[in-house]
Design a protein around this ligand. Sequence first.
Ligand code: IVH
Length: 671
Amino acid sequence: MSLEEVKSKINQLSEQLHHYNYMYYVKSESLVSDYEFDMLLKELEALEAQFPELVDANSPSKRVGGTVTKNFESVTHRFPMLSLSNSYSKDEIVEWEARIKKTIEQDIEYVCELKYDGVAIGIRYINGVFHSAVTRGDGAQGELVSSNVRTINSVPLKLKGAFPSDFEIRGEIFLPLQEFERLNQERSAEGLALYANPRNTASGTLKLQDSRMVSKRNLDCYLYGMYEERSSYTSHYQAVLAAGKMGFKVPLAEQRKIEKVKDVNGILAFIDYWDQARKSLPFEIDGIVIKINAYTQQEELGYTAKSPRWAIAYKFQAERVETKIESVTYQVGRTGAVTPVANLRPVYLGGTTVKRASLHNAEQIEKLGLHENDLVYVEKGGEIIPKIVGVNVSKRMTPARRVVFISDCPACNKALTKIQGEAQHYCTHASICPPQVKGKIEHFISRKAMDIDGLGAETIDTLVEKELIRDIGDLYALRFDQLIDLDRMAEKSVNNLLEGISDSKNRPFEKVLFGIGIRYVGETVSKKLAKAFRTIDNIINASYESLVETDEIGEKIAQSIRLFLEDETNIALINKLKAAGLCFETEEQVLSSSILEGQTVVISGTFERISRSEMKKLIEENGGKNGSSISKKTNLLVAGDNMGPSKLKKAVDLNIEMVNEEEFLKRIQYD
Ligand code: IVH
């Protein structure tokens, strides 16, 4: 190919990918399969690798990230980024509207929108291409986060149709609820503290140094305003419609996410509608924004120092109740982190009865100034996790004692440690502290790690209490005669359990690595480590520097790995597991076929001829990828016995190809 031909091929691929991307992420319409999309992207990436001089900063390949920014540059906003004045009652909205009417004598149109609960962003486009993205900062200056924003699939990198030659569009970046939950599930599996709410997580994500990490978080962005030296439009509504035509994700009138109304009654109806309907939105909103539509009228009303007079936010009341703290207890997680928990007099809040709320750490108790028996205000923080937001000091009993964070572990009575720079207190006596011992075993046997069937939390409790096991290594020494005497253990369950344990010796190295429970080493990191270092001995001998050089491994993870492997108890445990026959090396993966190449396969239920884990292995050996749940990305569902009805429905709804065990085995020519 001549250079010109390459250029035109790159152009053609880019256009195609931009379009598919737009249709999928903005219009929710899938025009090609993930496989086809990935193939086109790979083709583009290959050309770009060969001809780096032809790589465009806004190439669709930039969506996956790849830039590391140590310090975000500070830039001055061309138009100050103001905030909105807030109101918390409908009366205030009525008063605001009445004030507006006094200044503006003509008819007024109001535009009602959702107040997205995320992070504000300003994105500049020059000649129809993404130029830069800046956070709000202090309103006058923000941080340049362009490479991170480029990874957001709903943000166009090239515009369509007609657009002003140089403008800024502002909007809100947010983390969809489903993504937030997925992230927290991952964190919980890794023994990490959970993120408090989607907004903070979105804001933290936007400031990550590695844009590849940002890309994985699947942020989303709604746009809500156009800014130009001289506006090309006459009203806000018109500008939003125009932005939609350029390819931006804007609120749609047919979903009632934006509405033009004539008077305060229209505004109030919109508020009432969303106060209910927000509960089923896939992202969080914290209120409604009302704006005057006509730009001439906006100018007439002008600004205060901080906010425009032509707009106001109505904030939904976070549901809040008052209840009494009956006690504060402390939980020890598998990593030894100690979390204080407030046990509350049960109270009904936002659809559920709340009995407990996390107090997070010692600092939080200090901040609240918590005393025993205090009456506290509880809110559903982000409507997900109940949160104590304050104390009703006027109802405090006198005398009252302050709640003082414990100094010894509630489970093993050893002194707690506070690591500088970390909020949490830790019990560092992992090998004797029962919740840590049990937690580590539970993690080890969990589905995503060693996937040992037949062992539940209760059995683990019993085994630990009866001192049959002290660590994960002891599992492999368990005998039939020890187990059959336990309560509720019939012959069949004992055999199941022993079989499950023995079967786990076939798990690949990466699963073992994840299972041994090194702090911050989750599934992904384990895979990367196993791939990069191949054997546990290589990891044990790896320097901090060589760990940090590994893909996905930063300073914190590297430190944690070193700390774990410098501990003799852990090395002894690894040796014990080695002796039991567990896999501590990456096997060269030999593909039996590439029949499933590019396909994401989900398995469900149980199978007759082979176990679930063998099924997963077969999928990988034939070039496929194992998906954890059914989504648009799933290409094939292997349905076993007892498959859940909701899974089935989802697969049918998404029109996903389904095969049974036999058909599947035939497809991969397994005999
Ligand atoms: S308009 C001059 N519209 O709310 C102010 N803001 O305090 C222009 N926000 O951080 C803002 N949804 O990021 C506007 N539909 C919406 C919004 C919205 C959320 C955020 C905005 C800012 C805060 C305003």
